[in-house]
Design a protein around this ligand. Structure first.
Ligand SMILES: Nc1ncnc2c1ncn2[C@@H]1O[C@H](COP(=O)(O)OP(=O)(O)OP(=O)(O)O)[C@@H](O)[C@H]1O
Ligand SMILES: [Mg+2]
Length: 300
C-alpha cells in the first residue's frame, strides 16, 4: 500500500549558536500512524517538534509537513496541526471553555463550529463539569487534559504531543491513552514524545530513538526489542554462577547484577545451577532504551 508522508525530514539540523541540538536527522511520519520520538533529556525532541510546528527555524536540511516546507506554512496549514506543548501555556485568567474558544477563533473557525466543538471536546477529555472553572482552579492532570482538548479544536489531521501524560496519575494516563488510540482509529496522525516506555509501547506503531541530536535506531516496538534485547531478560545476582563464565550471552553489568539478553530462555536456564539467584522477565522497550542510550544520568 502506498503510504502518504505527513512529515518528511531530510538531514534536518538545528543549531543554537555553535551548538547543534539536532544533527542531520531524516525520518518520515506516515498518515494514520502514531510515531514515538524517544530519547533522554536534551536529546533534541522538543526542538524537533518546534521546527515541525514552524515555531523554530530550520538551520539545515529540509522539513516538509503536508508536503509543504515548514517555512512556507500558512495559518490554514497550521490549523491542520494540533500541538500539546511540553510546558503548559494555558491562559489562566479565563475559563476552561474560553481557552478552547480563543484557539478556535485564532484558527478562524465559525462561531457555530466552535460552539458545537467545545462541549464535545470537553466531554472527550472528561472536563465537561469544569467548563466554567478558571484554569487556576484546575489540578495538574485537568490542565494537561485541557491542553489536549485545545490541540483538537481545529480538528487537526496531525497531532503533536510533547509528553502528554507528564505528571499524571495512572487513571488520567489511561484516559489519555484511550483517547489517543481513539484519535488514531479516526485516522489521525500522531507524533509523540514520552519518557514512559509503557506508554510508547502501547501507543506507537513505530519508535524513533534519538540521543544527542542523532537517530540511534527506529522500528516497531517489537522489532526494536527483537533487535537489541532479543526477547527475554535474566537479571542474575553477583557473584555470577561459574556456569555463565565463558558463555557468550549478550549481557550488561548493572552493578549488583548482570542483565542477560537471550532469545531462548530454556537454553539459558539449562546452563544455570539450581542455586542461581535470578529474575526472569520478557524484554521491554525500557531495556532497548537503556541499552541504546546508556544508563548514566543526563546533566545537560
Ligand atoms: N533556545 C535554545 N537555546 C539554546 N539551546 C537550546 C535551546 N532550546 C534547546 N536547547 C538545547 O538543545 C538541546 C535539546 O533540547 P530539547 O529541549 O530539544 O531536548 P528534549 O529532547 O526535548 O529533552 P527533554 O526530554 O528534557 O524535554 C538541549 O541541549 C538544550 O539545552
Ligand atoms: Mg522536551
Amino acid at each position: 500500500m502506498e503510504m502518504t508522508s505527513i512529515i518528511a525530514a531530510r538531514d534536518l539540523v538545528k543549531r543554537f549558536g555553535s551548538f547543534q541540538a539536532v544533527k542531520g536527522i531524516s525520518f518520515e511520519v506516515e498518515q494514520g500512524h502514531c510515531i514515538g520520538l524517544l530519547g533522554p533529556n536534551g536529546a533534541g525532541k522538543t526542538t524537533t517538534m518546534r521546527m515541525i510546528m514552524g515555531l523554530s527555524t530550520v538551520s539545515g536540511g529540509t522539513l516538509e509537513v503536508f508536503d509543504i516546507p515548514v517555512g512556507a506554512m500558512t495559518r490554514g496549514i497550521k490549523s491542520k496541526i494540533g500541538l500539546v506543548p511540553q510546558e503548559s501555556n494555558l491562559d489562566s485568567d479565563i475559563t476552561v471553555s474560553e481557552n478552547l474558544k480563543v484557539y478556535g477563533r485564532y484558527f478562524g473557525l465559525a462561531a457555530n463550529v466552535i460552539g458545537e466543538r467545545v462541549p464535545r471536546l470537553l466531554e472527550f477529555m472528561q472536563l465537561h463539569e469544569r467548563a466554567e472553572s478558571r484554569v487556576t482552579q484546575l489540578s495538574g492532570g485537568m490542565k494537561r487534559r485541557l491542553i489536549i482538548a485545545r490541540a483538537l479544536i481545529s480538528d487537526p489531521e496531525l497531532i503533536i504531543l510533547d509528553e502528554p501524560t507528564k505528571g499524571l496519575d495512572p487513571q488520567a494516563r489511561v484516559l489519555i491513552w484511550n483517547q489517543l488510540l481513539e484519535l488514531k482509529r479516526r485516522g489521525k496522525t500522531l507524533l509523540l514524545t514520552t519518557h514512559n516506555m509503557d506508554e510508547a509501547q502501547r501507543l506507537c506503531d513505530r519508535i524513533i530513538i534519538v540521543d544527542h541530536g542523532e537517530i540511534l535506531d527506529e522500528g516497531s516496538p517489537r522489532d526494536l526489542i527483537d533487535r537489541h534485547v532479543l526477547g527475554h531478560v535474566f537479571e542474575v545476582g553477583k557473584p555470577l554462577p561459574a556456569a555463565l563464565n565463558g558463555k557468550h550471552w549478550e549481557h550488561e553489568d548493572i552493578g549488583d547484577a548482570v542483565l542477560f539478553y537471550v532469545r531462548s530462555s530454556d537454553d539459558f536456564v539449562a546452563g544455570l545451577p539450581d542455586s542461581a539467584d535470578f529474575i526472569q522477565r520478557p524484554a521491554n522497550l525500557e531495556d532497548v532504551f537503556l541499552r541504546l542510550t546508556g544508563r548514566k544520568l543526563r546533566e545537560n
